[in-house]
Design a protein around this ligand. Structure first.
Ligand code: ZN
Length: 478
């Protein structure tokens, strides 16, 4: 299937996005798309000091040439993160108060306002946001448009994340990374000339974020088999049917080859559409992303810098591929279901375990609330393990068709320019090992570690990853 056909098919299931243009030079379509979607409305470009020269300036000229000049708001910072302060800033941009926006941007001692008070009545006097930038600018524009009951147009400048086309914005608020619910952009215009010229690390990060859908898909298969979270066919097929193809040219990704970058960007976009179709992040992430969330929540830095989402996710993805490698070594047709059920802890003891593990975590109640949501009574565990035991030979084969071996994924990351060893993002192997109990418990979503806990083979799939000959052999710490 050609890209155009795939995208048209997926748009049918994407609930928020109506227009997706991708190709070399398609930025030229922006004024026309804007005029059709937002007749009579004023627009404002939101960019930063890097994305303004990369694309913003050109978009401004295109709108002027089309007879519909737009305003601009350029964030003057070299490095900034999706923090609530900048949400307040872009809210002012929507309302046309650019001076107030600048004052918030430059306020070093800004006190965060109440997120619940950010909503306003829609008004035709407000500006429609034209996001020109990477994930952070897009997330800000997404949430601020929602605050004002309006839609927006996005022109991505890098294939760095799958968040362009997903609903929800990931913003730091009150010292914790939080996902605020808000619709995906109504229109995405992805100019491959611009995206292919983005800094190499950003494209490599996007490659890793897309590759995460390999183990994440396998964990969705596990949740499906265990009747915990059934696979939603349209959301599955729109991405997973082509995922290996989209990931097949890491060298092209590293070289900024337009075709390879277009494939990568399409994959990331379809991942967002799959999330729209599923109304959840299940199609795009599982444990692979949770390692990254822990690093975010603990403000992990390497050489003084926060690490990109994709770079953190690359290590989580490799780690989960290694876990699956170990799982495939087990013969679960010999599983002793009676013994596993007899050893299954009560909810109370799981809650106590969660409280102990999360005691010094920035969100001490998180494990408790999540395990309470996903705990299964012993009779359900028995049913799940019987299904697993009966279906293991065929299910193992299906999983092996989904997950890449650790060695293959590591080589692809090395070629793409993404991290292939935790030391490259300042994380030790011991740190990764220590994160496992938190990863298992920090999300209500049923994951492969939950399955292993139920079956009593958790240690058999986690310990060998860090043992002699394992993917992250602790003795070979770099
Ligand atoms: Zn991601």
């Amino acid at each position: 299937m050609e890209a155009k056909e795939r995208i048209a098919n997926s748009l049918k299931f994407a609930t928020d996005t109506k227009v997706f243009e991708m190709g070399q030079g398609v930025a030229a379509l922006a004024p026309k798309v804007f005029a059709e979607l937002f007749p009579g409305r004023k627009g404002v470009i939101v960019a930063d000091v890097n994305t303004w020269p990369a694309l913003g300036e050109k978009v401004e000229a295109l709108f002027a040439a089309a007879g519909n000049p737009v305003e601009k708001y350029i964030i003057d910072k070299q490095e900034f993160h999706a923090e609530w302060k900048y949400v307040e800033m872009v809210d002012k941009v929507v309302e046309g108060d650019f001076a107030a926006a600048k004052a918030i941007e430059n306020d070093e001692n800004h006190v965060e306002a109440d997120a619940k008070q950010a909503f306003r009545e829609p008004s035709d006097k407000n500006y429609i946001l034209i996001s020109v930038g990477s994930g952070v600018i897009n997330d800000l524009c997404k949430l601020c448009s929602h605050h004002h009951g309006q839609q927006y147009l996005t022109l991505p400048t890098a294939a760095s994340v799958d968040g362009y086309s997903s609903f929800g914005s990931s913003i730091s608020y009150q010292n914790a990374k939080q996902t605020f619910t808000c619709p995906a952009p109504v229109a995405i215009i992805a100019d491959i000339d611009v995206i292919a010229a983005a800094p190499k690390e950003m494209t490599a990060a996007g490659y890793a974020d897309l590759a995460a859908k390999v183990p994440a898909g396998a964990e969705w298969m596990v949740a499906d088999l265990m009747a915990a979270e059934p696979i939603i066919p349209p959301a599955w097929h729109m991405l997973q049917d082509y995922l290996d193809d989209f990931l097949s040219n890491p060298a092209g990704v590293a070289a900024g080859d337009p075709k390879a970058v277009a494939d990568l960007f399409e994959g990331l976009t379809l991942s967002g559409f799959a999330m729209q179709a599923a109304r959840s992040s299940r199609p795009a992430s599982c444990c692979d992303h949770l390692f990254s969330h822990i690093l975010d929540m603990t403000h992990h830095r390497f050489k003084g810098k926060l690490q990109s989402h994709g770079f953190q996710v690359s290590i989580g993805t490799l780690t989960m591929c290694a876990v699956f490698d170990e799982l495939f070594k087990l013969d679960l047709t010999k599983l002793d279901v009676d013994a596993a059920v007899a050893a299954w802890p009560t909810l109370e003891s799981e809650q106590q375990r969660a409280l102990a593990i999360f005691k010094n975590f920035p969100a001490p109640d998180l494990g408790y609330t999540q395990i309470t949501m996903k705990y299964d009574a012993a009779r359900n565990v028995r049913l799940q393990l019987n299904v697993l035991k009966d279906k293991w030979p065929a299910f193992k084969k299906a999983l092996q068709g989904q997950v890449w071996p650790f060695a293959k994924m590591q080589e692809a990351f090395r070629i793409a320019g993404a991290p292939y060893d935790p030391s490259q993002i300042g994380v030790t192997r011991q740190m990764l090992k220590d994160m496992f109990p938190t990863v298992q418990l920090m999300r209500f979503r049923y994951n492969v570690l939950d399955l292993a806990k139920r079956g009593g083979f958790y240690d058999q799939i986690v310990e060998p990853v860090f043992a002699a000959g394992g993917a992250w052999d602790l003795a070979k710490e770099k």
